[in-house]
Design a protein around this ligand. Sequence first.
Ligand code: AMP
Ligand code: ZN
Length: 491
Amino acid sequence: MTDAPLKLFNSLTRSIEVFEPVHPGEARVYTCGPTVYNYPHIGNMRAYVFADVLGRTLSWKGLKLTHVINITDVGHLTDDADAGEDKMEKMAAEKAQSIWDIAEHYKQAYWADVKALNIRQPAQWTVATDYVPQMIEFAKGIADKHCYELESGLYFDVSTVADYGRLARAQTDEGEGRIEAVEGKRNAADFAIWRKTPPGETRQMEWDSPWGKGAPGWHLECSVMSGEVLGFPFDIHTGGIDHREIHHPNEIAQNQAHCCTNGLDDPRNSGARIWMHNNFLVERSGKMSKSSGEFLRLQLLIDRGYHPLAYRLMCLQAHYRSELEFSWEGLGAALTRLKRMVMAYAKWHGQLSLPPREVPGDSWERERITRDLITRFDAAIASDLNTAEALTIIEELLALKRVAPECIVTAAVRMDAVLGLGLGKLERADLRIRPKATAISEAEIEAALARRKEARAAKDFAASDAIRDELAAQGVEVMDGDPLGWEWKLG
Ligand code: AMP
Ligand code: ZN
């Protein structure tokens, strides 16, 4: 039922490949995590929903998963390509707080979003500042053959490894112009693996190294944390599609240098067997940008009354390699879809405790239907994580008729282990749109509706209409005869 070969799109070869674990029976995955200088926006969270579905799919396939996500608390500059200030230092200066406090605050905020989106805990969160000695050792190991020193730091010479930039499909000279000039760089795409603290300055985060006091480069961090915890080569490295252009090509170059391998015709020489990238979540009015004041955080969706798992469902409706456009209408539609699934699941679950009904026909034949759906579900997710199709299959399952509830519930629980919607844990009432800014409480609404029911029973339609109008004035829409069974909603 679950033996469709797992096929994944490898950005390095730009082709779909059958997943073959480096270590039989295991899957080792590294995901580039957040830079904790600010709250993540919902586009960032799309990257982790994608990595989570990948991890859940590997588990569904019976592989022992070791997933690592890092937390970057030093070294990520305001420009991915080696220019600008350290994002953490900049925010700490703006807020007049210590970097450690900033990192802790935003790490906790990120973890809250991870939890709210049912993203499973990875086997390990690696924090960049915990690995600085290993980063220095790594840099020492490649410095002689692959690096050169400038006043501002230790730079990696990209011409010393074969196939530099293949992941981005870029020519080395295309790097010209994309990087703020650093005097003395041999190639435009060369990047700092160690950034020296400028003379006369003290950074909040700095360490001694053979190249002077300073801090590691962002690309070095991920090479070191992934290699340390998972061992080169590991199976899959993930990140957002922007990382395909600079961060990951640079990680790959370092991995090649460190592992003394060359040439990317064998993808394992890159440090990982497969490189996977999610496409972007986009929003037309620019609300995704963290510099735009109120930007699209998961908390904003929650404050406007949307359950966070509606956003997870919104992500699953699109293929991870497609761009996804955010809109409030789209989020509302995802919420309604989730509501229907939760209600259907609850109906089946509620039937479990009832005495078995006599259903005409051959039970083997009827249960074959659920087995076929599991097979189709497996084929969908094994096909480069086709979650959009997988969703239609679980809906088909929940809409079946005259099938033993145990079969439906068991199959739905299995499918949801991949989708992560938590159908069994959600209650219909959790999915009501409930904006935070509304003054009226639920108890007050329920009390008003109870009075309205009495008035209607007594055929006092004037009183009933008056209550309806009072509620409307407070933003509560009374929904008589709504097919989803809601009695009211906050507009
Ligand atoms: P950062 O904290 O900036 O390193 O980003 C965290 C993750 O989010 C990275 O994997 C990025 O590639 C990814 N990312 C950034 N913006 C978006 C977006 N709009 N949609 C999807 N993923 C994104
Ligand atoms: Zn990274």
